[in-house]
Ligand binder design. Sequence first.
Ligand code: NI
Length: 259
Amino acid sequence: MNLIDTHTHLFVTEFDKDRYEVINNAFNAGVSKMILPGINSSYINVQLQMTEAFPGICFPAAGLHPSDVNKDFEEELRIVENNIETGKFIAVGEIGIDLYWDQTFKEEQKIAFEKQVMLAKKYQLPVIIHVRDSFSEIFKITDKHNDENLTGIFHSFTGTKEDTEKIINYGGFKIGINGIVTFKNSGLDKIVKKIDLKHIVLETDSPYLSPVPKRGKRNESANLIYIAEKIAEIKEISLEEVAEITNQNALNVFGNNLF
Ligand code: NI
């Protein structure tokens, strides 16, 4: 088995005690590559240490997470751009708008998202987009900037069938599916059934959203197999086929940077 976890935050403190063991476990469970989307500048050193310790396996992205946008976001965005310029980061993310947890900096979130979308285009990198209660705000910005130079992933997808159609019609985007698809009553299984597999990439979003049967525990990239198995069940195809197609989709987004 060979899977790509396109979204895993193994650099956060939840993994301080056993980070390298967790990466080894994931690799031994068939997760051959792990993409580490940024949150804020405080994690950059750990992201880079992991990349150096596991070359060709761990890949960092640079970005300011919407829930970490506050009045100092301009300074954080300068750091994001400085990091991108080093050439060590394979995407701009995770970026987006989150109106579920806190709306205090709603306007700043929109500005930070748009600026990072423009950075991604400037440096020809894909974006990793976080949407929470914010599809209309996000789409307003992606509508404005979408062209053949804008590519990426709508991560942790929980939208409607209409949302999937809009994302697919952009042309350069894939849809990130994680453990939510294994949750009873999430309804995501019915949406996934209707999306052609060529538009889907797999992710764990570790340490959050552990899939069934690990629900409620700390999530880790080794659990990606449960998400792949669920999609195989929904699509009534083999696990190998899920792995092969979703890996190709991830490679389409990240290109040669994923080696
Ligand atoms: Ni995330």
